[in-house]
Design a protein around this ligand. Sequence first.
Ligand code: NZQ
Ligand code: ZN
Length: 380
Amino acid sequence: MNNFVYHNPTKLVFGKGQIAQLAKLIPAGKKIMITCGGGSVRRNGIYDQVVKALEGRDWVEFWGIEPNPSVETVREAIALGREHGSEFLLAVGGGSVIDGTKLIAAGLLYDGDPWEIVLKGQADKTVPLGTVLTMSATGSEMNNGSVISCQETKEKFPFNGDYPLFSILDPEALFSLPQKQIAYGLADTYVHVLEQYMTTPGQSRLMDRWAEGILHTVIEIAPRIRENQHDYAVMSEYMLAATLALNDMIRMGVAQDWATHMIGHELTALHGLTHGATLAIVINGTLRVLREQKRGKLLQYGERIWGITGGSDEERIERTIAANEEFFRSLGLSTHLSQEGIGEATIAEIERRFNAAGSRFGEAHNVDGAMARRILEACL
Ligand code: NZQ
Ligand code: ZN
């Protein structure tokens, strides 16, 4: 195992009716800014629960943090927060609202433009924030990551902000999600695990087993959620699986990949494709092109997750990659770029961007512009 520091300070408050705990969770006397998306929380009653819990507190609200939150919107929120003197931020929504709020938290204490924080990749100081999660996918409720888009330049980059002080996870908040969003959320969760697992074998039995436990869980619950997304027990497992997939727990001391995500962010930036949709396509190309490098792990993944044991190693790897792709198809998602009308022009632009930035992603630092092209061509 590699050396590592593990310090995840987010308090998870899980279960039915837990939004009422807000009054206790937000330090007394703080001026609060509530941040929301486009209105789903008004329609499903979550906003009303938040307002009730914050009775008597000093707060303002900011609406309109969009999916793939933009720095343009964040600038408006920072202006409101400054005017109000906000000292605590409460994000009520999915990964986009939380990520946008992480940049607001940093921007409130920064003299320059918030996009500079994104380009730097790291926030220095932040206003504390908490979250009420309504969409399970990103793990943003229990990590310090945030991904921000710039509409003007069609760019999308991650940066490190702060961990939420607390996150409230009420599985009933997920009942109103459109089925397609759930499919994206399950795909994102699954690929988060693969980014931290599908590297080199033999680094840590413990990390492997935790990762495989999440993969098995997602595969088992996906069809059950499609049958009944008001099944509290099943939605609880979905909610927790998504959080644990990206809260630092399964990456202690092991190598990580993240090339699929970085290529996926470009597809979102250039085409507006939803995050989970990009991953369901790109991961298949990553596994095909890097099958030699990932060979040991592909064999382990095939055997332990998909029960693939017979035949030569090459046949097993072939069947494993096919089973992986079939899983994303079973979620109702596209697994090829052509299904989304994306082709050579986009591949050329992503290759250009990776080369210009000198990018070298992946556990072997070998996913540069040329490799990104090969991966994308394998997804056509
Ligand atoms: O805006 P509203 O009206 O709230 O609607 C949202 C949005 O349209 C809707 N929604 C959310 N909760 C709902 C609901 N609709 C009905 N009922 C509910 N309970 O769902 C839509 C999608 O929401 P969004 O927050 O965009 O989804 P997600 O949680 O998947 O977040 C995606 C963003 O997070 C980034 C992605 O790149 C993307 O920008 N990621 C963040 C990460 C992190 N911070 O660690 C890691 C991830 O890999 C990812 O990159
Ligand atoms: Zn993701």
